[in-house]
Design a protein around this ligand. Structure first.
Ligand SMILES: C[S@@+](CC[C@H](N)C(=O)[O-])C[C@H]1O[C@@H](n2cnc3c(N)ncnc32)[C@H](O)[C@@H]1O
Length: 472
């Protein structure tokens, strides 16, 4: 007779009440059921819930929340009407202080579980002053086809089904206003639905250093089309003009063409624009002089400007620059960190694979009259080993990789350059721990970890980690 394992005792479709005894950064509560871990989205420790089992794997299961029977003390009514359907936010059911506690604890747990790092010097998380309306960029999907109604919104969690909603609480009200105008003007201008629109993006910059006022914001709108024809130009121009007239903060309008359905939302070709070619973002500088960064349609900027000002300040503190250091800024984007730290060191070399971002970086250095910064286009995996080969070294290495973290080639090259300090800015705790394990095995140790909440209401977490060589 087949031996029964735990999974056989749990039935898909079974409804029960569960005590939530664990929780994840992604906003899933964990219950124990017949000895197995059961993940239930939108719940957390202290909740007692009714849920339906939806999926059973060998070692764990997943259930759908049906009802909160007894709420945890910090449970609140999620302010957004589409929370739980839309895939954007995972933590709106917790009050903000509880979200911060979850993030801090989950970072500690990840360091312990994946890296056996105990007693790390982890600072309290740096929370946001305003955990709503903070995003400076939004991208929404659009359905605009003959025979179908116009739809604009985010995708449902783990699906490609569109949820219509202009009022997202993570974006500023001016974005919602502009989306409403877009809804009104698009059918009036493109009556025959000629434009093959797939996505709409809005970006904002703080166009003066007074970032509290909404009128100090300038906007860029980018429509992504599946294909481009010359005769679309008049329609796009008319649409852009109408929008710019009604919403004067819209100063730049672009068309992007992206033939691909998978991969990044933006393609490489921008066949049309109206208004400003670039916008200028004011970032809080590390000196008296404000820092201006030019932002094009494809430039990467951190999405939470208030918190990224704090993040850059933390990077500078961790780097402990005295004015004499040669600094490497790997994964530098348009050079935000390079230019921020430049007044405090001898020189900065920024490395970035997106050629346009490197061009923006060079332009930004000229605009801000920073002479001792250079930007190199190329993959970090190729350029850093080449530096090692040529005997080029740096005193401080700043690493700000995407979610997947750094490859071993990059970390080995950083180690070989023997800097005094590494400052690692991470947006994914799991890849951060993997990379710090690699470095600790080569004689580095973690001196300080500072988590920063760049993405309130969501399960994303940023942190700044200072590493230096173990003392002999
Ligand atoms: C998290 S962003 C950091 C940008 C910048 N430090 C900032 O704060 O604005 C990561 C950057 O790394 C770049 N990037 C990703 N993989 C890369 C690679 N293998 N080599 C060089 N740059 C890369 C991306 O294009 C992106 O600009």
């Amino acid at each position: 007779m087949k031996e029964l394992n735990q999974a056989d005792l749990i039935r898909v479709g079974h409804v029960d009440s569960f005590e939530i005894v664990g929780e994840t950064l992604q906003g899933e509560g964990v219950a124990r059921h017949n000895g197995m871990a059961l993940f239930i989205p939108y719940t957390f420790i202290g909740d007692r819930v009714k849920a339906k089992i939806r999926e059973v794997k060998k070692k764990y299961g997943r259930a759908e929340l049906l009802e909160v029977i007894e709420p945890a003390q910090e449970r609140i009514k999620a302010p957004c009407p589409v929370f739980g359907q839309c895939g954007g936010c995972q933590l709106q059911m917790m009050d903000y202080q509880r979200q911060l506690q979850l993030k801090e604890q989950s970072l500690k747990d990840t360091f312990q579980r994946l890296g056996s790092f105990y007693d790390l010097p982890i600072d309290p998380i740096v929370g946001a002053t305003n955990p709503w309306n903070y995003r400076n960029k939004v991208q929404m999907h659009v359905t605009w086809q003959v025979g179908k109604p116009l739809q604009i919104g985010y995708y449902r969690r783990a699906s490609r089904q569109l949820i219509e909603y202009d009022g997202c609480l993570l974006i500023p009200p001016v974005f919602s206003r502009l989306l409403k105008l877009f809804r009104t003007f698009l059918p009036a201008v493109d009556r025959e639905k000629k434009l093959p629109i797939k996505h709409v993006l809005i970006k904002s910059v703080r166009s003066s250093s007074d970032d509290s006022a909404e009128q100090a914001t300038s906007l860029m709108m980018i429509l992504v089309l599946e294909r481009w024809k010359k005769n679309y130009q008049d329609l796009c121009g008319e649409l852009a003009q109408k929008l710019m007239k009604e919403e004067p903060s819209l100063q730049s309008f672009y068309i992007n063409r992206n033939k691909n359905d998978k991969g990044p939302v933006l393609g490489e070709y921008f066949p049309f624009y109206l208004g400003e070619k670039m916008l200028l973002e004011n970032i809080e500088s590390s000196t008296e002089k404000a820092l201006e960064l030019q932002v094009g349609p494809a430039s990467f900027l951190q999405v939470n400007p208030e918190q990224s000002d704090r993040l850059y300040q933390l990077v500078l503190e961790a780097a402990q620059l005295t004015g004499n250091e040669k600094v490497l800024d790997a994964y530098c984007g348009v050079g935000s960190i390079s230019l921020y730290v430049a007044p405090h060191c001898r020189s900065v070399t920024g490395v970035e694979e997106v050629v346009q971002a490197v061009e923006d970086g060079k332009e930004n250095a000229l605009r801000n009259e920073v002479g001792h910064v250079e930007f190199l286009a190329g993959k970090v995996e190729e350029l850093l080993p080449a530096f090692v080969e040529e005997g080029v070294t740096y005193d401080v290495c700043l690493l700000d990789p995407p979610r997947k973290g750094c490859s071993e080639t990059v970390l080995a090259a950083v180690d070989a350059m023997n800097p005094q300090r590494i400052v690692y800015v991470s947006c994914d705790p799991a890849s951060l721990v993997r990379d710090t394990i690699f470095l600790t095995q080569r004689g580095w140790s973690i001196k300080k970890v500072t988590p920063v909440d760049l993405f309130p209401q969501t399960g994303h977490l940023e942190c700044v980690v200072l590493m230096s060589r173990d003392e002999k």
